[in-house]
Design a protein around this ligand. Structure first.
Ligand SMILES: *Cc1c(COP(=O)(O)O)cnc(C)c1O
Length: 432
């Protein structure tokens, strides 16, 4: 098996590590957890990536979720180009913000009003500040393995890049920030009950479809229990739909599951590949934010016209047919990967537009299960996929993001590469 051409990537990486910590601007891009150096990308075309050495990959990262229509979708590009000719940022109110807010409110049943930010992290920070202000309480409950951005108080037992690096939290987070956080195992009703009785909680924060420890769905009744415990104790239920929002269904995971939030965090798809995120909820809560209320929050580039244009174009393309197609594509990929694995001990877990291949005997139901996966084999399998033209998330703890740009032919090629990659793990054929 030919390995990747990597002369230019290696050259760029040598310069990058001198200039950027670890050579990257976000940890998981470094590909350390799959035991290789980062690949530098030159361009994206639909479902494919082309790197600086001319290698071509079928991309299942898709910028970690925003690119539900794939790379460089002509309508998204046209919207951004048109917006750019009018000026890139004004630091003033613009018509697009009103349109995007209306488009979000039309889709998300529990969102009557929203505040836009530039990242999901900022939206989470604001949601927590708002929940604390609204309840007059300080403690926030989160689940082990859930990732809500790099907010100080929520880094405790976070998934995503932190899981990959096996850091329990992060140096530099003051004790005071972490002291307000209560961490409970996902899918553990008894632990949740006890924590909600013991602490006066401002908020229960959860990914309704956790995807930052790999995809680990709620067991039957667990999301309903979150809602019930929030209502019973006067805490707000904050659902982080940064990944699931506008992806798993038009109205996000809340539409799929029927469990609604008091505050919803949105990101990724909402910005169509440009920096945009938002926090939304009931009018009476949202009006507590400045300048309508006195809970402070601001952002130089919040509601940026280019990001708003990309988000509007992205949402406009997401009709019911699009969701049915994305579900079919995901199912086809999941079934193909299961076939490719044969009797190899992996679990393919999927939801519409999301998928994880866990290297384990059974599907994880919490963070401890996910951490017990065979990360070494996952790493070898990923390297084998890369050398066969498939770009998987370079971490067991990140989800695959099939997009509407992935064709049946590209899925078939992916399954072929996966079959060969599993064969190489079994020691049949060349190893990578
Ligand atoms: C990516 C992500 C975030 C953070 O968003 P950023 O834009 O990277 O700050 C928050 N929550 C979830 C569930 C995410 O997947």
């Amino acid at each position: 098996m030919a390995s990747l051409r990597d002369r230019r990537s290696a050259e760029l990486y040598r310069r990058a590590v001198e200039l950027l910590p670890g050579g990257v601007n976000s940890p998981v891009r470094a590909m350390r957890s799959i035991g290789r150096d980062p690949i530098f990308i030159a361009r994206g075309e639909g479902a494919e990536l082309v790197d600086v050495d001319g290698n071509r990959f079928i991309d299942y990262v898709c910028s970690w979720g925003p690119l539900i229509h794939g790379h460089a979708h002509p309508q998204v590009l046209a919207a951004v180009q048109e917006a750019a000719t009018l000026g890139t940022s004004f630091g003033a109110a613009t018509p697009g913000e009103v349109e995007l807010a209306a488009a979000v409110v039309a889709r998300m049943e529990r969102v009557e009003m929203l505040r836009m930010t530039s990242s999901g992290t900022e939206a989470t920070m604001t949601a927590i500040r708002l929940a604390r202000a609204a309840t007059g309480r300080e403690h926030v409950l989160k689940f082990a393995g859930a990732y809500h951005g790099h907010v100080d108080g929520l880094l405790a037992q976070a998934g995503s890049g932190l899981a990959t690096q096996a850091l329990p939290a992060s140096p530099g987070v003051p004790q005071g920030a972490a002291a307000g956080t209560v961490v409970v195992p996902w899918n553990d009703p008894e632990a949740l009950r006890q924590a909600t009785e013991r602490y006066e909680l401002a908020a229960i924060v959860a990914e309704p479809l956790p995807a930052n420890m790999g995809l680990v769905a709620a067991r039957e009744g667990f999301l309903e229990l979150l809602r019930e415990r929030a209502d019973a104790t006067g805490a707000l239920l904050v659902l982080d739909e940064v990944i699931s929002g506008f992806r798993v269904a038009r109205g996000g995971a809340q539409e799929l599951t029927g469990v609604g939030a008091d505050l919803t965090i949105m990101g990724k798809v909402i910005g169509g590949g440009l920096p945009a995120a938002a926090l939304g909820g009931r009018t009476e809560l949202m009006r507590m934010l400045a300048p309508a209320g006195d809970v402070y929050q601001a952002g130089t580039l919040s509601g940026n016209p280019l990001a708003v244009a990309a988000g509007l174009a992205t949402l406009a393309l997401l009709d019911e047919g699009a969701y049915a197609r994305l579900a079919t594509t995901t199912e086809r990929l999941a079934a193909g990967l299961r076939d490719a694995a044969g009797d190899y001990p992996v679990q393919v877990v999927s939801a519409p537009g999301l998928l994880t291949v866990f290297f384990s005997e059974r599907a994880p139901s919490d963070f401890a299960d996910a951490q017990a996966c065979d990360l070494d084999s996952y790493a070898r399998w990923c390297r084998a996929l890369l050398s066969r033209g498939v770009y998987p998330p370079p971490s067991q703890f990140e989800a695959w993001f099939p997009s509407l740009a992935h064709s049946a032919e590209q899925i078939a090629r992916t399954v072929e590469a996966a079959t060969a990659a599993f064969a190489s793990l079994r020691g049949v054929g060349a190893t990578v």
